[in-house]
Design a protein around this ligand. Structure first.
Ligand code: MGD
Ligand code: MGD
Ligand code: MO
Length: 818
């Protein structure tokens, strides 16, 4: 047994293993001081602070959560946990939790009863439906609830209220994952599996800081790297992330040039004929167009556009082009950057032209970010129709109407679902008059916050916020609904590689807080939503009955859950969908047989034009892809919309650090995590710092055409011309140095989105940085263990101390320690 400070040593003790071997078990446990192992009960769940789906058990003593332990038997993590999960459970018992509903009276939020709060929500909905109809009502949900909750929301919003204004914060997160999969495979769903790490010879990470954002998946990669025949790593990221430091080839492109870079890589793959022509001929359409397009992107030209060394580009292409087992992952460095969908699609193209799908080690993971984002998409809470039904296929709409026992005309499908940036626009213009925000904090997480605040503050907008804390958004609400959260309610959720886990209730929620499912069921009842026989539209009453209803909705669709039950998920490992009569134990990889969900009658989507975003007509799709093959779609590079100028000479990118989660409503209240990354910082290169007279720790002002933010400088190995801000820091615990100035990165970001996925662009904006005041400050408090590692040797190392000790129990087997 090792005891490790998992703030200082984020990834813990190595357990090397060889290609094709089983990843050894290491069980990580963190309990509060004095917890009595003899008297605790263990309650099964999975992690809720990222999309990896690490399975764990909650230790419960006397009705309280006292710690967590990774689940050794689970396929995802083999017992391991990351820092956020090891310490994050403490947020549940925070004294700041919301315990009673609040309503705004005389300008103030005051405590009230559930009866009054829900009565108000229902009566306002009814008034608006009578006055204006369903277009007055919008729902903005999340990637952090459970499948059962999303499905209930999907049914009541689409089938009951009949509004097309339903989206999730998954729009900011994984809309491009879904869009790119729809473009290439005509359907959402990750082809790959985490076990591909066990077999891959090359692992390529595109705009993905896996080391900090899926720490356990990265432990798996690190253990392969420490074993015999380690894989080569290709990293595409402008910052020196821990991934970049472990890479065989690190390409640090200018932000916003991903399409040029991918076209350069594809140019080399095709020019060297590293193409699996048999695979392409049998299973894909569109190759010739790609070959023609990438001819315009020779390495010397791409090296200039992206500002990367030509030799590195060629070497990366050789690695991707000559391996037999390639695993690729893609995340926000592509999804939130310029030409998001077009860039992510080019990664799919690498796998298609190389025939690298459906075999061990040949994985493609268009990653998710949030823990339950997959379910938002599956259940239709992001505006799409449930179970990957196609809103532009009338037969699919009719089939959904059959499942819900309503008239097909009651399901809005006359136009694409309204994405959240458009919903904000409608609220700004006054046509959306009620907005119900669930488990997301748009007053910190949406771009151009000055504008977002002015929209959410409007008197004429009835704002309902359902949260567990009084977030920046909740403070603007007319009604605040206190929710129960993870550990306090039961439900299922699905990670990036389609593994479904059950999360059981371990303790009671605080005060009068209610689960999100209870809140939605109560609303459906108050709205008296009915099917066409006059029966209640929402026919379930608890998580398990909701899950059973969802299973029927998923029957025969790509994400088929019909073979899964709560009991099947209890005790052992999670199960990967599709799980049905044909695949009773689930499905490790999609498209193993070169067959896709792309048949015109079956597919989820006919795709979009990646430049304009216009949906393809059914006839256009049928003409292009009559026999349902994969689709190779080419794209030309165009420069980012906001380029550096004389006034704003730098490129600003934003993102994450390992110790904090999003707007920090949870992690900011956890001593070990908050102390490791207590305040905002700005990463700047040594060259730019020198030019601007800035040294480590100086207070600086970062300005874009939208606003300003104050942050202490971290002089780091980030590429020149680029500055980075973490977006975690909002306004609930600001210190003096921010007085009168902004702190949230999104004060600076722009109102702009990808035409195909509608995902906002958080990763390219022009900015300027200047020093505030005179004299050097103390070093910035940015972590030293991560991408923000300082160049200066004088910055104290990030440590957790006594409260951060974690037990690591390593299985001693042949495959284990070497
Ligand atoms: N610790 C922690 N883990 C998390 C989360 C968290 O908040 N904290 N959130 C979860 C969620 S919801 C998500 S979506 C994921 C996100 O996980 P990631 O996508 O890994 O995280 P980010 O930091 O947003 O962005 C990744 C990288 O993109 C790079 N980048 C920026 N612009 C560009 C560009 O133009 N091109 C390229 N190639 N790279 C670029 C940045 O330098 C950054 O290192 O993390 C999940 N896991
Ligand atoms: N500049 C910039 N902006 C970004 C990003 C970026 O990289 N850069 N990343 C984007 C991405 S990928 C994401 S995912 C978003 C995240 O942005 P948000 O979704 O706004 O961030 P969170 O802090 O996770 O907000 C979740 C809210 O739900 C509450 N909550 C937690 N659990 C529960 C529950 O069980 N029930 C209820 N009802 N509430 C609960 C929390 O207290 C919190 O207020 O930010 C996006 N914004
Ligand atoms: Mo996300």
């Amino acid at each position: 047994m090792a005891r490790t400070d998992r703030i200082a040593d984020v990834w813990g003790t190595r357990t090397p293993y060889a290609r094709g071997a089983t990843w050894p078990v290491r069980v990580d446990t963190h309990l509060e001081d004095g917890a009595d192992l003899e008297s605790v009960d263990w309650v099964q769940t999975a992690s809720i602070l990222h999309s990896n789906g690490d399975a764990l058990d909650i230790a419960v003593d006397d009705g309280r959560i006292v710690g967590v332990r990774g689940r050794a038997e689970d396929r995802v993590n083999h017992g391991r946990l990351g820092p956020k999960d090891l310490y994050g459970w403490q947020a549940n018992a925070s004294p700041d939790r919301l315990t009673r509903p609040l309503v705004r009276k005389g300008g103030e939020l005051v405590e009230t009863s559930w009866e009054e709060a829900m009565g108000l929500v229902a009566s306002r909905t009814k008034e608006l439906l009578a006055e204006q109809g369903p277009s007055a009502v919008g729902f903005y949900t999340t990637g952090q609830l459970f499948l059962e909750e999303y499905y209930t929301l999907g049914v009541l919003a689409h089938g009951g209220i009949g509004t097309n204004h339903v989206d999730g914060n998954t729009r900011l997160c994984t809309a491009t994952a879904a869009a790119s999969l729809k473009e290439s495979f005509a359907c959402d769903g990750q082809p790959g599996s985490y076990t591909d790490i066990d077999h891959a010879d090359v692992i390529a990470l595109f705009g993905h800081n896996m080391a900090e954002t899926q720490t356990v998946l990265w432990m798996r990669v690190l253990d392969r790297l420490d074993g015999p025949d380690p894989p080569a790593i290709v990293c595409v990221d402008p910052r020196p992330t821990p991934v970049a430091r472990a890479a065989t080839v690190h390409l640090a492109p200018r932000p916003g040039t991903n399409v040029a870079l991918m076209n350069g890589l594809l140019h080399e793959i095709i020019a060297n004929d590293w193409v699996d022509h048999d695979y392409v001929d049998a299973h894909a359409v569109g190759f010739d167009e790609l070959a023609k397009r990438v001819r315009e992107y020779p390495p010397e030209k791409v090296a200039r556009i992206c500002d990367v060394p030509e030799v590195d580009l060629r070497e990366a292409a050789r690695l991707l082009g000559t391996t037999d087992r390639l695993l690729s992952t893609v995340l926000q460095g592509f999804y939130q950057s310029h030409q998001a969908t077009a860039a992510a699609v080019q990664v799919n193209n690498v796998h298609l032209v190389r025939g690298m799908l459906g075999r061990p080690g040949c994985g493609l993971l268009q990653m998710n970010g949030q823990p339950t984002a997959e379910n938002t998409r599956e259940a239709g809470a992001d505006g799409d129709l449930p179970a990957f039904r196609n809103w532009s296929n009338d037969a699919h709409v009719a089939d959904l109407a059959r499942v819900w026992n309503i008239d097909p005309m009651e399901i809005p499908h006359y136009s694409p679902p309204t994405h959240v940036m458009q919903m904000m626009r409608y609220a700004e213009q006054g046509s959306i008059r009620m907005l119900w925000v669930q488990a997301t904090n748009p007053a910190v997480s949406l771009p151009e916050l000055g504008r977002i605040r002015s929209i959410l503050e409007q008197e004429r907008l009835f704002l309902v916020v359902q949260d567990i804390f009084l977030s920046e958004t909740a403070q603007l609400a007319d009604v605040v609904l206190p929710a129960a959260t993870w550990g306090e309610k039961t439900g299922t959720f699905t990670n990036t590689d389609r593994t479904v886990h059950l999360s059981e209730k371990a303790v009671d929620p605080p005060g009068e807080a209610r689960s999100d499912l209870e809140i939605l069921l109560d609303y459906a009842e108050r709205m008296d939503l009915r099917d066409k026989d006059g029966e209640p539209l929402v026919k379930w009453h608890d998580p398990e009955s909701a899950f059973e209803a969802w299973k029927e909705c998923s029957r025969g669709r790509p994400c088929d859950y019909t073979g899964i039950t709560y009991d099947k998920l209890r005790g052992g490992s999670g199960v990967q969908w599709p799980c049905n009569d044909e695949n009773p134990e689930g499905t490790e990889r999609l498209y193993a047989d070169g067959k896709f969900f792309a048949d015109p009658q079956y597919c989820e989507s006919y795709g979009r034009d990646m430049v304009t975003g216009a949906p393809l007509e059914p006839v256009e799709y049928k003409a292009m892809n009559p026999s349902g093959k994969a689709i190779i779609k080419a794209a030309a590079y165009v420069p980012p919309h906001e380029m550096p100028s004389e006034d704003f000479p730098l490129q600003l990118i934003t993102g994450r650090t390992v110790y904090q989660f999003h707007t920090r409503t949870k992690t900011g209240r956890i001593p070990q995590l908050q102390a490791a990354a207590p305040d905002v910082w700005v990463e700047i290169s040594a060259g730019d710092a020198e030019l601007l007279g800035i040294t480590e720790g100086d207070l600086t002002q970062i300005t874009t055409p939208r606003g300003g933010v104050r942050a202490r400088a971290r002089v780091s190995g980030i590429r020149e011309g680029v500055v980075f801000l973490p977006f975690h820091y909002g306004y609930w615990d600001v210190g003096d140095q921010h007085e009168g100035a902004g702190r949230a990165a999104n004060e600076l970001t722009l109102t702009d989105w990808d035409p195909a996925s509608k995902q906002p662009i958080f990763k390219t904006a022009a900015a300027r940085v200047s020093k505030v005041g005179q004299g050097a400050g103390p070093p910035s408090e940015a972590p030293t263990t991560t991408a923000s590692a300082p160049l200066s040797a004088h910055v104290p190392a990030t440590r957790g101390g006594p409260g951060a000790q974690v037990d690591e129990e390593i299985e001693e087997t042949a495959g284990g320690r070497r």
